[in-house]
Design a protein around this ligand. Sequence first.
Ligand SMILES: OC[C@H]1O[C@H](O[C@H]2O[C@H](CO)[C@@H](O)[C@H](O)[C@H]2O)[C@H](O)[C@@H](O)[C@@H]1O
Length: 560
Amino acid sequence: MAISDTGPLVQTTPLVTFLQRVQLEAHRSYPNEKTPDPKFYIDLSLKLPHHLSTVEAAFNDLTSGSRDLPVPVKKLEKFVHEYFDDAKDLVPHEPEDFVTDPFEFLLNVENDQVREWAREVHSLWKTLCYRVSDSVRESPDRHTLLPLPEPVIIPGSRFKEVYYWDSYWVIKGLMTSKMFTTAKGIVTNLMSLVETYGYALNGARAYYTNRSQPPLLSSMVYEIYNVTKDEELVRKAIPVLLKEYEFWNSGKHKVVIRDASGNDHMLSRYYAMWNMPRPESYVFDQESASAFSSTLQKQRFLRDIATAAETGCDFSTRWMRDPPNFATMATTSVVPVDLNVFLLKMELDIAFMMGICGDKNGSERFVKASEARKKAFEAVFWNEKAGQWLDYWLSSDGDEPETWKAENQNTNVFASNFAPIWISSFNSDENLVKKVVKALKNSGLIAPAGILTSLKNSGQQWDYPNGWAPQQEIIVTGLARTGVKEAKEIAEEIARRWIRSSYSVYKTSGSIHEKLNVAEFGEYGGGGEYKPQTGFGWSNGVILAFLEEFGWHSDLFIKH
Ligand SMILES: OC[C@H]1O[C@H](O[C@H]2O[C@H](CO)[C@@H](O)[C@H](O)[C@H]2O)[C@H](O)[C@@H](O)[C@@H]1O
């Protein structure tokens, strides 16, 4: 009998399993250059009055003669059209708190051109706001979309569902747009997922139940509370955050690294509860896994792929033992700097929220937890020579404590190495900030349109020449809020570059992009045909948040 991987698994639904078959058949049917996005098939819903069993029977008939030859495209399209609905499970929704010109909107942005564009970006929330259709609530088995109680803001483009970490930057932008009800609704939706599953899902689809995404729920609650002072929200959030905290600090997510003096440091890693091809990319993952011969190797590789999706950075050389060789993906063997930043932030946020609710003991417990994690940052991640925090490669499977070794720090430069500067535990230390600013300036990461994700050109989405997308916002905000002049200056300069390029791409291609080609972006770059203006959730959010943070009054769109 073949030896199998025994790690945790979360089963998916019968509909997802069936739609994978349809996706695979479509991949066989279409001539290569026309193959539709595999995600299209996994997002389909069953049309009324058909039931899964009858549709499966019809599909079996359709494919029965096609063991060697694929189903002709026309026949497959007819089948899809007859039995499925596409993109009807979300219904456009006018956000109730949207006003064209919000009261006190970007008061510190004095430049007319900038204000006019900001209003346009603000109005794009309307194109990204939906509610889940009644049919999803009434017959969840017909859909891969999951029911959520409140309206949603989606990223847009091919992503027609809520995403966990994207929602943080969406909320930052909604705060600028004064759309507090919509922001609270997003948090309520994510909290409902944690209540149901024990963690916030990667996204609100049945095929995302086997993993989470970077844990930023506490930061979302914190941002909303900071503006609205809504104590009720905080009270509701605390038990949910405690549940989420437990998820990230137990089982396979928890690792212990022992330092040279014998002190144990508890940290966390990403670890998906899945070891098969991701349903939304089944055809691709199956092909990548075909490089391995044994079942165990395939399953481990596929878990590392699904785990990379849990990191939010799918894919990057950051997760490869031998970059850029994709077959060496080993995400579960990395103890990542940024994940632990998010968890340290969660500890500080929970301590703060418990303080608001008068739970002094609880608050002290979480302050202590944050202090312990801060020590772990010093012992495991910090590299004095590099002036940044480095990811750590595990030597074993991470189930037992292992002893720290200098050579296990990943000395490659990634934007995430600078993420700790986001939080007060680190950015309150002026000497440390100066070292980190120097390292960031010399890192090669600061590019014409913002901060690069990495310096390696691997062809992957989360590598050179792309930027650390909106995630750079946390580095910029952290630097901007220190008392160190050169930190503030570099923060403003990075934000200016990001805004100027986003503006340029928007004006020339017609959309706000989820990511920019940060390295090769020219002064006015962009290009492409003029299309109706479209938003992209998290980038929309960062544009508005940067404008709020820096309150520019000069012309941003001229090179300074
Ligand atoms: O369909 C493939 C993958 O798509 C998602 O990842 C990317 O888009 C997300 C939405 O903007 C974003 O949160 C993520 O950082 C991107 O890499 C999805 O999250 C993956 O799980 C999925 O496999």
